[in-house]
Design a protein around this ligand. Structure first.
Ligand SMILES: [Zn+2]
Length: 349
């Protein structure tokens, strides 16, 4: 009986092996047909590999979410301007202000960011969020951090969208800084005045590529990076981390702007955007940028990183990701724009 049982076991094991081997053989003989990777998927894969966990927000926004529909192209006031009760609830946008570097302060909200660069001669403010929250987040935030809004000498607006220009008129009127924006975006503000009602500052300095804004011991280099708007501008500048100089690149506009109903315009605009990403990537590299910041927390994780700062101790600065990782951001945005451009090329005409 014992021998017969052993024989049966050997036969069983043998059959299992034969089955596995047969399966392997079958696979060798008739492999599963591999689906060809389309050029769109290939570009998306390059972006995904570059993003890892650091730039998931930029990846999601530029590669996988539907096109941005945030901008209303009609010349009518924003709903929250005509009726302030239509402003989103405070809980959806409030975030604590934070001192991020020795001389760079976050005065933004959960989604949209403003930044204050403090110099010996006053403050350079970047972007102004919406009309309904710029008072509390920027003016209130600065005061909470011990900065005086009266010291704002320059206000630089990355681009004329309501989530970044919203508080510019108020800040220009109350604190009298010089206001810097690109020519195409000054034109846009003047072309549709009702859309920018209560938001638009009076035309002042016209930003150009390579322009330097110097105040006290700080210089902001302006780079012309159109694509998100016709005149989006971005920046490189230096900050101090516990006295150590650290180079920062500030991306002025990230989301892709296109319409499937206007493929030719979209294809052209994607190329403008791609060229801008390459331009800013080169400037970031030249300046030795190891920090990438944005005007949306979605792209630089500002709100989460501000929380991490509190527990930093003697560790690395949470914003300082290194020059290679800064470059990866541009790999993400460029390849997602390319994938979108390919999709638009396939649109029927
Ligand atoms: Zn925008």
């Amino acid at each position: 009986m014992k021998i017969r049982a052993a024989v049966r076991l050997v036969t069983l094991v043998g059959s299992v092996f034969a089955l596995i081997a047969g399966g392997t053989l079958a696979q060798q003989v008739a492999p599963m047909p591999k689906r060809a990777v389309s050029p769109i998927e290939a570009a998306q894969q390059v972006a995904k590999d570059a993003a890892e966990f650091e730039f998931l927000g930029a990846l999601a926004r530029t590669c996988f979410l539907p096109p941005s529909r945030s901008e209303d192209f009609r010349d009518i006031p924003a709903p929250y301007v005509s009726d302030p009760s239509k402003a989103p609830p405070r809980a959806s946008w409030y975030a604590e202000p934070a001192k991020v570097f020795d001389n760079l302060y976050f005065v933004g909200g959960k989604v949209h960011s403003s930044w204050a660069l403090a110099t010996r001669e006053g403050i350079i403010l970047f972007d102004t969020i919406f009309p309904y929250n710029s008072e509390e987040l920027i003016v209130g935030g600065m005061r909470k951090l011990g900065l005086d809004p009266k010291d704002i000498k320059y206000l630089i607006v990355s681009h004329a969208h309501q989530d970044h220009i919203g508080g510019a008129e108020m800040i220009q009127k109350r604190f009298g800084p010089r206001v810097v924006m690109s020519g195409p975006d000054w034109d846009l503000v003047e072309k549709v005045p009702n859309r920018f009602k209560t938001m638009a500052p009076k035309r002042d300095i016209v930003a150009t590529d390579g322009m330097k804004i110097t105040l006290g011991d700080s210089t902001v280099n302006i780079w012309f990076t159109p694509g998100h708007t016709d005149g989006t501008i971005s920046f490189t500048f230096q900050v101090l981390d516990r006295g150590r100089p650290v180079n920062v690149v500030y991306s002025g506009g990230t989301a892709l702007v296109y319409e499937y109903s206007q493929p030719d315009w979209g294809i052209k605009n994607m190329q403008t955007y791609i060229n801008s990403q390459r331009h800013l990537a080169a400037k970031a590299k030249e300046s030795g940028a190891t920090v990438l910041i944005s005007n949306h927390s979605e792209f630089d994780n500002a709100v989460n990183k501000n929380r991490m700062l509190a527990g930093r101790g003697d560790g690395a600065h949470p914003y300082e990701i290194g020059a290679d990782w800064v470059q990866r951001y541009f790999v993400v945005t460029e390849n997602c724009a390319r994938a979108t451009q390919l999709k638009l090329e396939q649109q029927p005409r």
